[in-house]
Ligand binder design. Structure first.
Ligand code: UDP
Length: 364
């Protein structure tokens, strides 16, 4: 079996790592799965790309298509043009895409037009919010894919409701949690710990990068101010996504307890998540990681494609109105945040299930 594995952006690297390790493991047990790792170049900054390859032991990509930057359409088009050449030169039995970034959608379209099968990992989740580019990426990818690997039974139902036959849906759990559980004992204390005199459960961590939260400077400013002024002076660590950095720097926000840093490596970031009093974010993947680590999580969005992190986990939707932040922080400081449980099959073995299913499919 010959696979093409696609990665493009930060969350993709975290999701592909356990799949590659599971393939290597299967090969060591007499399977013969060949793969070619294609990096579209969507994220190219070393803090958003290279560091993940090193820390998570992901092999060097076989090719980097160098398609960083541009508008949504420019980037989609650039990836499609470059990936079409790549797949024509190096045909495979199946293109495997993960998550919901532009690369996920663009490579799925190219693969199907070249009559190549597509497998989507993290299929079927939906925010039903078409203002999010990721929702469009998910919908298009799930219209085209042949095989669907899901993180929850809810995702299975969404796919079935869209007419996908049950035989093509595989509920395997969450590969992002595979990476988390494999690496939890390797989480690394960064220099920030001493630099900012951090103590267990005595600081908060923020990440924000969705257009709805960061494209409008004034809104971003009010959100940050509402957080830093309602945490009783505790340090608030903010590793800034490159998308957020430009606008943030123009705002002139300056509070003694607001600690700005570059995006952190996976092991350093999750060391901070595990010990934080709470995480405030608009990332999807982080709501899954906080759920598994039992860390209170506030999501600054009006909706989520991961409802299990709210129904079962430690996550709560705050909406995008900053007035919701203060009452939520009061609840946190009063010790009244919910505890949460871990969703079914988020057990560290999802990639192994994916590889097993793929080998069974190709045996047929
Ligand atoms: N992450 C990281 N360093 C950071 C911020 C996030 O390693 O400074 C990791 C985080 O643990 C999670 C992933 O990046 O695994 C989430 O990526 P992102 O928020 O970009 O994507 P989303 O989950 O929103 O698709």
């Amino acid at each position: 079996m010959k696979l093409t594995l696609i990665v493009g952006a930060r969350p993709n690297f975290i999701k592909i790592a356990p799949i590659i390790h599971a393939i290597n493991h299967a090969n060591s047990k007499s399977q013969n799965i060949q793969y070619r790792l294609v990096h579209t170049g969507q994220h190219y900054d070393s803090t958003m790309s290279d560091t993940f390859f090193k820390e998570l032991n992901i092999p060097e990509p076989d090719i980097n298509l160098g398609c960083g930057g541009g508008t949504q359409a420019e980037q989609t088009a650039a990836i499609m043009i470059a990936f079409e050449k790549e797949l024509m030169t190096n045909p495979s039995d199946l293109v495997l895409v993960v998550g919901d970034v532009t690369s996920t959608m663009a490579c799925s379209i190219v693969a199907k037009k070249l009559n190549t099968k597509v497998a989507h990992v993290e299929a079927g989740i939906r925010s039903y919010d078409l203002t999010m580019p990721e929702e469009i990426n998910r919908m298009v990818t799930d219209c085209l894919a042949d095989y669907f690997f899901t993180t929850t039974r809810w995702a299975n139902n969404n796919l079935k409701n869209n007419g996908v036959d049950e035989s093509r849906i595989f509920f395997v759990g969450n590969v992002m949690i595979d990476t988390l559980l494999t690496n939890r004992s390797r989480f690394k204390k960064s220099d920030l710990w001493d630099k900012f005199a951090l103590k267990d459960k005595s600081y908060l961590l923020i990440t924000l990068h969705r257009p709805a939260n960061v494209d409008e400077g004034n809104k971003l400013k009010i959100h940050i101010e509402e957080i830093v002024t309602n945490v009783h002076g505790l340090p608030v660590i903010f590793p800034i996504h490159p998308r957020t950095e430009k606008i943030f720097n123009e705002l002139g926000i300056n509070y003694p307890n607001l600690k700005i840093t570059t995006p952190l490596s996976y092991l350093e970031f999750n060391y901070l998540v595990e010990r934080a009093k709470a995480v405030i974010t608009d990332s999807g993947g982080i709501t899954e990681e906080t759920t598994v680590m039992g860390v209170p999580c506030f999501t600054l969005r009006d909706n989520t494609e991961r409802p299990e992190t709210i129904e079962m986990g430690t996550n709560e939707l705050m909406g995008t109105d900053p007035s919701a932040i203060k009452p939520a922080l009061e609840k946190l400081f009063a010790g009244k945040w919910k505890k949460g449980t871990i969703p079914e099959l988020w057990d560290g073995r999802s990639a192994e299930r994916i590889v097993k299913n793929l080998t069974d499919i190709f045996k047929r």
